[in-house]
Design a protein around this ligand. Structure first.
Ligand code: HEM
Length: 472
């Protein structure tokens, strides 16, 4: 495992240059296939998708989110049912419209909170904004402070906010640790790294937090409750509690609801923050791109208000910037898939329970598909370019799949794209940017987290470019 280095997507990319786009290797005792081209990805996600729609055993997921929709092994009817509801409720066109006020409210707070004329780390503001949007959509609570002001002042609530922040960071830390027992089954019981007790400690805190949220929802849902939830005000937890109460066929349990709560926040937060920061950093690094983006924003939105969601479809250049950030800086390798049955791919026999690693990083930098693949060039997605029509949907094109493709692809693709576009457009439109140390923009080093976020956070000084009432 250690031979793959801290950024296995780099190692696999180099190996693929030598051994080709389909490689097999053993990690511990487990056989994995690594796919490193659009053609190989298509083979798995289009022609063998059902078979590869399971995930390999990972002890951290088994303990932390045992009944979830994202990381659980197999592809049972219950998981498919839960995923369908999740997708519909978080990202259907109707729900996106109904929840617009949440994103708009938090965006407005973020824009107001960013101070002029002092060096700021923009990532912190984006993180607060996205966490609040997700927690409001999932369980109708806003947890994080805006610009250093806590959202609540009672000791009880401050403790709850701290607990929430700690859990989120501990989930991320534990999930990214390599557990030797995942690939050497004989070592599972021995737990030589002592990870089991760490997982269990985090899980206890997760359960205590989510049980409280669920109990509050159950109380509010009681027909006689003073704050009885109206149908249109239901959040994701309400929707899943409806399933627990009404839907006998699939036997949705409270444990499912608990895991899904963490699923939605943990799976959504990091990739949105990482992609938004990359999009901003690349734009600031290239003044001609910044100039074009601001010219389009001024033209479409004007200079008397900030960007709204309804503006996004008209902002073709901002969309191209975001797409290019997804291409060049994706979450490099999604959690592995696993085959359920033996199969034949490209003439090779692949046994059941083979892990599939798909190297998005290598695919989206493939020089056979992308002209000057290392350049950040949004114009490759504009009319007239041969790659203009390539979309990130994962439905027709397999050379650009930052949200994955097929049965295990991201169920929140619309929400993810919308949020990154909205954040990028608002930040570029509302502020002029100066970066005192431009070397930090040139530094492309990726963090070793699963989203390959920027190792060097962008620190900038902003100046407001819209009328003062936009910021009050
Ligand atoms: C920029 C934003 C996002 C990106 C780039 C992204 C990317 C991905 C990727 C690459 C996968 C794995 C695909 C695979 O295994 O083949 C995934 C899965 C998933 N994502 Fe996202 N995601 C984003 C936002 C979100 C949001 C906002 C949520 C929820 C609120 C979310 C929830 C999930 C879940 C639950 C899964 C697991 C699906 C399954 O296993 O069936 N994601 N995402």
């Amino acid at each position: 495992m250690h031979m793959l280095g801290p950024r296995p997507h780099h190692t696999f990319q180099k190996m693929a240059e030598k051994y080709g786009p389909l490689m097999s290797l053993r990690i511990g005792q487990k056989l994995f296939i690594v796919a490193s081209s659009g053609e190989a990805a298509k083979e798995f996600f289009k022609f063998h998708d059902a078979n590869f729609s399971s995930r390999p055993f990972k002890r951290a997921f088994q303990v932390l989110m045992p009944n979830d929709i994202a990381f659980v092994e197999g592809n049972s009817p219950l998981r498919r049912h839960l995923r369908k509801i999740f997708q519909l409720e978080l990202t259907s066109a109707k729900r996106i419209q109904e929840t617009e006020h949440v994103r708009s409210g938090e965006m407005s707070k973020m824009i107001k909170a960013i101070p002029e004329n002092s060096a700021i780390t923009i990532r912190h503001y984006i993180e607060v904004m996205v966490t609040n949007v997700l927690s409001l959509m999932v369980f109708k609570k806003q947890y994080l402070a805006v610009a250093g002001k806590e959202v609540s002042s009672t000791t009880e609530e401050i403790k709850e906010i701290d607990a929430f922040k700690r859990i989120l960071s501990d989930i991320a830390v534990n999930i990214s640790k390599n557990n030797i027992g995942d690939v050497v089954p004989a070592l599972r019981r021995l737990d030589p790294q002592g990870l089991e007790s760490q997982y269990r400690e985090v899980k206890e805190r997760m359960d205590s937090f989510s049980s409280k949220i669920i109990a509050e929802h159950q109380e509010r849902r009681h027909p006689g409750a003073r704050l009885h939830s109206l149908e249109h005000e239901k959040d994701l937890i309400d929707i899943f509690l409806d399933q627990v109460e009404e839907e006998k066929k699939h036997e949705v349990t409270l444990e499912n609801v608990q895991s899904i709560l963490w699923n939605a926040i943990a799976a959504g937060l990091a990739p949105i923050v990482a992609a938004s920061e990359w999009a901003l950093a690349e734009t600031l690094r290239n003044p001609h791109i910044l100039e074009k983006a601001q010219a389009e924003l001024d033209d479409v939105v004007g200079k008397s208000r900030r960007v709204q969601e309804s503006d996004i479809p008209k902002l073709k250049y901002t969309q191209a910037i975001v797409k290019e950030a997804f291409r060049l800086h994706p979450a490099p390798m999604p959690p592995p898939h696993e085959s359920m049955e033996p199969c034949k791919v490209f003439g090779y026999d692949i046994p059941a329970k083979t892990g599939l690693l798909c190297n998005f990083y290598a695919i989206q930098r493939d020089p056979a598909v992308w002209h000057k693949p290392l350049d950040f060039d949004p114009s490759r997605f504009l009319e007239g370019s041969p790659t203009a029509s390539i979309s990130v949907s994962g439905l027709r094109h397999f050379d650009l799949i930052p949200f994955g493709s097929g049965r295990r692809s991201c169920p929140a693709i619309e929400m993810g794209q919308l949020m990154v576009n909205l954040i990028t457009a608002n930040l570029l439109h509302a502020f002029d940017w100066s970066v005192p140390d431009r070397r930090q923009l040139e530094d492309d080093t990726e963090d070793v987290d699963h989203t390959a976020s920027r190792a060097v956070a962008v620190t900038a000084i902003v100046k407001r470019r819209l009328p003062s009432d936009v910021y009050t």
